[in-house]
Write a protein that binds this ligand. Structure first.
Ligand code: PAF
Length: 283
């Protein structure tokens, strides 16, 4: 695997691959890779001949008091993992390469309706930062297919909508959330937790499963379910941010007429803000 840090060099490699008739698969990441990211690389191989990953901790998607400066950087380990999983090219640019004028750029991409609720309400500007950098990365890599984790369900919805609205011509593939043996969703932010907090954090997925079981067994009192879920999270030691039963496409609160449901949740465990979700259909 070759690691490339400039846009010009990556473009020239991609051009050569295209001339050779190769399909390009793309896995954008912020590094500190775990098995969840590797499942994205594995999926990309199913759709493409050349798999490109990127590692870029994008300042545009972090708020003032968030963990940009402390975001874990583990490039050597990430390179070894990608290489062991047959990734062909790693694009790892500096901030200056991506944003020559400093922190950001003049042109911003935004999908307001999907971006301002749930995580977007707690992290203003976050999804604008994500949509902007993903549009820029798509412009650089020009992939046929790009693969994202379903753990970031709202992010995936924003990227799907943006790709469709702007006719970016990239097929977006979502991959189910990778979990540890106890059901905890894998996340780089789990690294901020002590062993005890990690153990307690399992209650986020347990609470989602409890809520799903309630709904599957016929309970349509979604606000009651949300209240009980928040109480369960609090009792387990979380500081809940939101826990909302939504309709899958627009991520608006579900009514009893909706049958494609996603429960979205975010909660603080000590220093880490953890997110998780469960998507399912009801009859
Ligand atoms: O999910 C992530 O790691 C990031 O939000 C992404 C998509 C790489 C954009 O910076």
């Amino acid at each position: 695997m070759q690691t490339i840090s400039t846009i010009a060099e990556l473009r020239s490699q991609i051009r050569a691959a295209r001339m050779a008739g190769k399909r390009i698969g793309f896995v954008p990441t912020m590094g500190n890779l775990h098995e969840g990211h590797i499942s994205l690389v594995t999926e990309a191989h199913k759709h493409a001949d050349l798999v490109v990953a990127s590692i870029f901790v994008n300042p545009l998607q972090f708020g003032e008091n968030e963990d940009l400066d402390n975001y874990p950087k583990t490039l050597e380990n990430d390179q070894a993992m990608l290489s062991a999983n047959d990734c062909h090219l790693l694009f790892a640019p500096t901030v200056k390469e991506m944003y020559p004028d400093g922190k950001g750029i003049e042109t911003l991409v935004e999908v307001p309706a999907l971006s301002n609720t749930h995580c977007g309400a707690s992290r203003p500007g976050h999804f604008r930062g994500v949509s902007t950098v993903v549009t820029k990365l798509f412009g650089i890599v020009q992939p046929d297919v790009a693969v994202f984790g379903q753990k970031d369900f709202q992010q995936l919805a924003v990227i799907r909508r943006m790709t469709e609205d702007l006719s970016l011509g990239v097929k977006i593939v979502g991959v189910p959330t990778a979990r540890n043996e106890f059901g905890l969703a894998l996340s780089s932010r789990n690294g901020y937790l002590s062993d005890e907090q990690l153990h307690t954090a399992i209650n986020l997925s347990k609470t989602l499963n409890w809520a799903k079981d309630e709904i599957i067994s016929g309970n349509r009192n979604y606000s009651g379910i949300q209240d009980s879920a928040n109480q369960r999270l609090q009792d387990a030691g979380f500081k809940p941010d939101y826990f909302t039963v939504c309709e899958q496409k627009d991520l608006t609160p579900a009514s009893d007429k909706d049958n494609k449901i996603v429960i979205l949740a975010a909660a603080y465990m000590g220093p880490a803000r953890l997110i998780d979700n469960l998507a399912f259909k009801i009859n």
